[in-house]
Design a protein around this ligand. Structure first.
Ligand code: GDP
Ligand code: IMO
Ligand code: MG
Length: 421
């Protein structure tokens, strides 16, 4: 059996949480493969809304095992808060969740380093969620990190202290005031909570499920344009958000990758700094933000908004070998008379269909315009109900990318989903 993958194809917040929740009944296992609590994945059903940060989006379903894979970085405090909230709602989290021993821990001092280095960057700051993601991955690749499995070692306390002291030394270069005590107390208490979960070799577990013909779905965080290698560097996160991240983050071979489901919004958003060629800073952008409720699920920050960018989308499809597209938030465009899509860029008077490595010149999108459908689609449940203008828009995207759109999401609720035959 091969592992299927759900990925964001833009700058995150494409609706991965909602879609994974919708797809979960067809799977035995849902596994997060990278990122950490910088993610905010929203799910809505039965008039309730949940935001998950570390825990996979299959957690609300019975008979489904959720796995936090080794490529993830975990902040025990945020993890404990999430589990407490889920338990209050009656979700038996301990029974439905396995955690990779190889996943790295985010220390309280990682958060402080994140904040200090962002503050030092001034205007060129990344716009990090300040959850300590970058510093935790730096310690992982720098071979200094602490892993989830280390919490079982009697030497855990001393290893924690040693790494914390390293961080305190490192922080001396910044003119940054901080205290660690309060968060550290919570952190230590949360480590105890973490010890109560099944800590496993997730690569063995996942491969065993696959050999036993049990369906596994890998859940990505962030989006392809935030990938540390292929995103808009340095305005990226610190992990591989593209499909290759599934192999390194879960320990599955490339030959085991099955369907790659790439999610995109019918327009674009980005939160934090960095290039965004189709960004709208005018009233149309504000209208997209208000209609789409584009405010961060993790930080509450207003998201930057703009038209769909096919140059960027095609790049994401290429890098991850996307086999199916999922379009979300088409309903947000319901009342727009005209919808624009960037099909190329003009840079320095020259047209290009490729994302530039970097440019100091303005990137001017070349737009193709589409007639809007001017009617609400949120209550529609079948493809044949959808307005012809929307289907025309979808077919154009399919032709340009060469990939079929197999799911259309018309609202945040589980039920507001059209699966095309
Ligand atoms: P994720 O990080 O990719 O899981 O996405 P987020 O949860 O951060 O942001 C997506 C937001 O859009 C959430 O508030 C979802 O509830 C909402 N959403 C998802 N799909 C749709 C859709 O088709 N239409 C509308 N209007 N909202 C949606
Ligand atoms: P989900 O999984 C949107 C952005 C931050 C910042 C950059 C680096 O909900 O789609 P980091 O905290 O990783 O150091 O931030 O990446 N970012 C996200 N933007 N959705 C996310 O996750 C994001 N996770 C990180 O805003 O620009
Ligand atoms: Mg999100």
């Amino acid at each position: 059996m091969k592992i299927n993958v759900v990925l964001g194809l833009q700058w995150g917040d494409e609706g991965k949480g909602k879609i994974v929740d919708v797809l979960t009944p067809a799977y035995r296992v849902i596994a997060r493969f990278q990122g950490g609590p910088n993610a905010g994945h929203s799910l809505e059903f039965e008039n309730k809304k949940f935001v998950l940060h570390t825990i996979p989006s299959g957690i609300f379903h019975e008979n489904v095992m959720n796995v936090i894979g080794s490529g993830v970085v975990i902040d025990p405090v945020i993890f404990a808060e999430e589990t407490t909230q889920l338990k209050t709602m009656g979700v038996p989290v301990e029974r439905r969740l396995l955690i990779a021993k190889r996943a790295h821990l985010i220390l309280p001092t990682h958060r402080i380093i994140d904040a200090a280095s962002e503050a030092a960057k001034g205007k060129t700051k990344i716009g990090s969620t300040l959850k300590g993601i970058g510093p935790a991955y730096m310690d992982k690749t720098g071979r200094n990190g602490l892993r989830v499995g280390d919490v079982l070692s009697p030497a855990f306390g001393s290893r924690y202290e040693a790494l914390k002291q390293k961080h305190i030394e490192f922080l001396k270069q910044f003119d940054y005031a901080y205290t660690v005590d309060d968060y550290e107390r919570q952190w230590m208490a949360s480590i105890d909570a973490l010890r109560r979960f099944a800590l496993v070799e997730s690569e063995l577990v996942i491969n065993e499920y696959l050999s036993g013909s049990q369906a596994v779905l890998a859940e990505g965080a962030q989006g392809s344009l935030l990938d540390v290698d292929f995103g808009s560097y340095p305005y990226v996160t610190s992990s591989n958000t593209v499909c290759a991240g599934v192999c390194t983050g879960l320990g599955v071979a490339p030959s085991k990758i099955g369907e790659v489901l790439g999610i995109f919004k019918a327009y674009c958003t980005r939160v934090g700094g960095g290039p965004f060629p189709t960004e709208l800073t005018d009233s149309t952008g504000e209208r997209l933000r208000q209609t789409g409720r584009e405010f961060g699920s993790t930080t509450g920050r207003p998201r930057r908004t703009g038209w769909l960018d096919l140059v960027a989308l095609k790049y994401s499809v290429l890098v991850s070998g996307v086999t199916q597209l999922i379009m979300t938030k088409a309903d947000v465009l319901d009342a727009f008379d005209t919808i624009k899509v960037a099909v190329a860029y003009q840079i320095n008077g020259r047209e290009t269909h490729q994302l530039p490595f970097e440019t100091n010149e303005p990137v001017v999108p070349v737009y193709r315009e589409f007639k809007g459908w001017n009617r609400p689609i949120a209550a529609m449940r079948r493809e044949d109900e959808l307005p012809p203008e929307l289907m025309h828009y979808i077919r154009f995207i399919e032709n340009e990318t060469g990939v079929p759109v197999t799911i259309i999401s018309v609202g945040p609720d589980r039920e507001q989903t059209i699966i095309r035959s």
